[in-house]
Each structure stands twice: as structure tokens, then as C-alpha cells.
Ligand binder design. Structure first.
Ligand SMILES: N[C@@H](CCC(=O)N[C@@H](CS)C(=O)NCC(=O)O)C(=O)O
Length: 210
């Protein structure tokens, strides 16, 4: 399999963190990682559009030459393909909670973190939009409050003792903000401690660039 990706971009990073965590647990999925240079616009060129008509990353090319186009779908596919040591819990309720945490992180925090980054100092050269940035920063506050509250029980990672898919989604967005030198955590010591812990984890050290 081949993963078309670009370092630092949140959605590819989420998948790269997942692959790194599975590697840390002893699984080599044999996935070749191929950079598509978004700064040079390569993701909008015919070669990449033939893989993904939406021109986004990541894309996973399967052994049969077909493609998966969505980061979370790619992770679920790999979970199903390599079930021994899968990261999602087997217990039905714990699994639902882990999936819910990932969706809350993505839809209520990461989406707004990405909006904020592109509206302030877009690595893709999009124009600054201060009103959009302010709205994005405001919109993510309830999610950060929720995460701070969840972490108040001193769990090391968002859904328990080990890094989970929710952690990958959040940390991928955090790295994007660090890259543009933004910090939106505010006065939230639980999130700050989580951030340091994740960055020091094997997957964090293997994948994160900043
Ligand atoms: N829902 C998609 C979003 C993919 C996405 O928007 N990727 C970004 C990089 S983080 C991208 O390719 N942006 C370039 C663009 O939209 O032009 C996923 O989860 O994979």
C-alpha cells in the first residue's frame, strides 16, 4: 500500500500518527509514504486528481490500485485489516466512547483549529481573514473546555492509558497551530500536560516535525 501525504498537514498527520503507534506496538504495515507537495500545488495536478478528485491528502492506495480518500476511513480500514493489536477497544461501550471522543475532537475542535490557521498564516498562502480567525478561536472554546474537564481525572491520553485515534486527530491539529506559532490552549493545564505527554510519546517523536 502507498500513503500519499504531506508532513505537517493535519489529516495526513493523523494517519501517520496512527501508523506510527501501530509500529510502536510491533506492527509493520508495509505502507510506503509518498509526499505530495501541497505548497507547490501538486495535490491539484492531474496526477493526484486521478487518485482523488477532491485534490486532498491523505490518500491510501490499496494493493488492487484503488484508493481511500478520507483520513478516518483509512484508519478504520487499517484497524480492520490488522485486527491483532487494533487500537479501538473491543468492548462495545468503550469503543463507542473512543469513537465519540474522536468525532468531538475533529468536529468541535480540529475543524476550527484548521480554520484559524488558514485565516491567520495559511501555509497554503490563503489570504488572512481576521474575523474568520476570531470566530474560529471562539468556536473551539467549548470543545477545549470539554477536553480539559475529561482530562481532569488524570488519564494520560484522551480515552485512557494509551494514545488513541482521538489523540492523533487533536495532536495533528495542534502541530498545525504550532507550525504557525499559534497557541489557543489558554489557561488549561490538563490540555497543556496532555500535549507535552503526547509529543514525548513514541508516535509523537516519530512523526511530529514541530
Ligand atoms: N475530510 C478529509 C479532509 C482532507 C483535507 O482537507 N486535507 C487537507 C490537508 S490537512 C488538504 O489536502 N488540503 C488541501 C486543499 O484542500 O486544497 C480527510 O479527513 O481526509
Amino acid at each position: 500500500m502507498k500513503l500519499y501525504m504531506v508532513p505537517l498537514a493535519p489529516n495526513p498527520t493523523k494517519v501517520m500518527l496512527y501508523i506510527a503507534q501501530r509500529a510502536h506496538r510491533g506492527l509493520d504495515m508495509g505502507i510506503e509514504q509518498i509526499v505530495v507537495n501541497t505548497v507547490k500545488g501538486r495535490h491539484k495536478e492531474p496526477e493526484h486528481l486521478a487518485r482523488n478528485p477532491f485534490g486532498t491528502l491523505p490518500v491510501l492506495e490499496l494493493g488492487d490500485g484503488s484508493y481511500l480518500l478520507e483520513s478516518l476511513t483509512i484508519i478504520h480500514y487499517l484497524e480492520a485489516l490488522f485486527p491483532a493489536g487494533a487500537l479501538l477497544p473491543a468492548d462495545v461501550k468503550a469503543r463507542a466512547r473512543a469513537l465519540q471522543m474522536e468525532r468531538i475532537v475533529e468536529l468541535r475542535a480540529a475543524v476550527h483549529m484548521g480554520r484559524y490557521a488558514h485565516a491567520t498564516k495559511s501555509p497554503l498562502g490563503r489570504p488572512a481573514e481576521p474575523a474568520v480567525a476570531n470566530a474560529a478561536a471562539a468556536d473551539l472554546q467549548p470543545a477545549f473546555d470539554y477536553l480539559e474537564q475529561e482530562l481532569a481525572d488524570n488519564r494520560p491520553f484522551l480515552t485512557g492509558d494509551a494514545p488513541s485515534i482521538a489523540d492523533f486527530t487533536l495532536q495533528a491539529a495542534c502541530q498545525f497551530l504550532r507550525f504557525i506559532e499559534a497557541d489557543l490552549f489558554g489557561d488549561r493545564p490538563g490540555l497543556r500536560a496532555w500535549d507535552e505527554r503526547f509529543r514525548a510519546s513514541p508516535a509523537g517523536r516519530a512523526v511530529l516535525k514541530c
